[in-house]
Write a protein that binds this ligand. Structure first.
Ligand code: UD1
Length: 417
């Protein structure tokens, strides 16, 4: 077991380069299943979630190789459409292989997914989409089986713009017979990234990034090469860190338009920002102004930045409110922040963060991936040393995190316990 120790009080200074987006690369890897042959994904981050997705593909007969940021996937010899339960339960995102497997092999059987403990996170919208395209679905003893001799295009309205459901349906529809229209689709940049890869593979997808995605099914897709977009949540986490410590950072490999809701809020809190071609320069004030933040599907404020903002606002000049509307149980980091002296009141899906003068170091846990980043931010604002446990959550989504933190002035140590 490993822990991260951070001695607070240092102002962050320097440059950091963001890795490829975790939430893009996972569906991109799944998409390679749609074609027979060798696909390459460049700028892929090496993360435990990526490793897990590679193992899911290997369990199906594919081979994978990661070399210097390029992930090569060979799907020529697929031999199974039943990913093992222990891998699927470990990572919720592995459910994203369901659409491609159903489309390519006509049958898929897998365990109900696992993942971060941030709410019930059902998969009804994914299944509703597959059923509308002609799949028979059965759920028995925690396993889901979907099968169909062939998928056909359909009009699918999502009750909520689910990112995973939009991606899963888009992939299945790429090989379906006829036109699929996804209404109230998710509009996240990762959806556009996936559509771009699928279109290079020969799919006909229009409207990705809007709330209506049209997919004209094709008979066959070809393997392809694709570069992953930069990770907007990693970038946002470093920006929040600079803001929280009154530091000055240049965050490189950023598509600033993907970060608008985050940068707008940081400016409102008193940060100076300069947007470059593929970088953002941020200068944090001595003390942040309070904010009202409400998470929403893209282009709203990302739920994946909520925990980091809660930490960042813990010492601001007054009371902030944070409303979580995407997940129903995503405030577990509040208890950990309170162990460090934060003053937070939770009422349902709303948190009031009363700024305190200083946090103090404590023993805390990364209760999920983004909560882990929040603890790292809080630790840097705190007096004394903070010991962060359960860091396997952080390793799921932040590539070379400790090395990057050290480079920008964090007094950080990774220790075995
Ligand atoms: C993706 C991201 C995750 C992010 C989330 C919301 C990946 C790998 N993960 O997760 O980091 O926090 O988007 O931006 O890309 N829902 C249903 N039924 C469904 C599917 C979802 O009710 O069938 C609900 C969920 O319970 C949740 C909300 O919709 O309350 C959003 O979930 P969704 O957009 O699907 O998130 P993920 O794709 O799992």
């Amino acid at each position: 077991m490993k822990k991260i120790l951070i001695e607070g009080g240092a102002k962050l200074l320097g440059e950091v380069t963001v890795s490829g987006a975790k939430n893009s690369v996972l569906p991109l890897i799944a998409a390679t299943l749609l074609a027979e042959g060798v696909s390459c994904i460049d700028d892929s981050p090496w993360l435990s979630d990526v490793d897990c997705m590679c193992r899911v593909l290997e369990s199906l007969g594919a081979s994978t190789c990661f070399d210097n940021g390029t992930l090569t996937v060979n799907t020529r010899n697929l031999s199974s459409s039943e990913p093992p339960g222990e891998l699927v339960r470990k990572m919720r995102a592995s459910f994203i292989v369901m659409g491609p497997l159903l489309a390519r092999t006509g049958r898929v059987c897998m365990s109900l997914p696992g993942g971060c403990a941030i709410g019930a996170r059902p998969i009804d919208l994914h299944l509703k989409g597959f059923e509308a395209m002609g799949a028979r679905i059965s759920i028995d003893h925690g396993f889901i089986e979907a099968s169909t001799p062939h998928l056909f295009g359909s009009r699918i309205y999502l009750d909520f713009p689910s990112v995973g459901a939009t991606e899963n349906i888009m992939m299945a529809a790429s090989l379906a017979d006829g036109l699929t229209i996804i209404e109230n689709a998710a509009m996240e940049p990762e959806i556009i990234d996936l559509a771009n890869l699928l279109n290079v593979m020969g799919a006909h997808i229009r409207g990705a990034g809007t709330n209506t995605v049209r997919i004209e099914g094709v008979e066959k897709l070809q393997p392809a090469r694709h570069t992953v977009i930069p990770d907007r949540i990693e970038a946002g986490s470093f920006l929040a860190m600079a803001a929280a410590t009154g530091g000055e950072l240049i965050v490189n490999n950023v598509l600033a338009e993907h970060l608008q809701p985050v940068t707008a809020k940081l400016q409102e809190a008193g940060c100076f920002m300069e947007i470059g071609y593929d970088s953002i320069h941020i200068l944090g004030p001595d003390k942040l102004e309070p904010l009202d933040v409400k998470t929403l599907p893209y282009p709203g404020f990302p739920t994946d930045m909520q925990a980091q903002f809660m930490a960042m606002l813990a010492c601001c000049r007054g009371a902030s409110t944070i409303t979580e509307t995407v997940f129903e149980n995503r405030f577990m980091h509040a208890d950990e922040l309170m162990k460090m002296g934060a003053d937070i009141e939770i009422d349902g899906n709303c948190a009031i963060v009363n700024g305190v003068s200083r946090l103090k170091g404590a023993q805390v846990n990364a209760t999920d991936l983004r909560a882990g980043a929040a603890m790292v931010i809080a630790a840097q604002m705190a007096k004394g040393v903070t010991e962060i446990g359960c860091i396997e959550h952080i390793e799921r989504g932040y590539e070379d995190f400790v090395t990057k933190l050290e480079k920008i002035g964090t007094r950080v140590k990774l220790v075995d316990v």
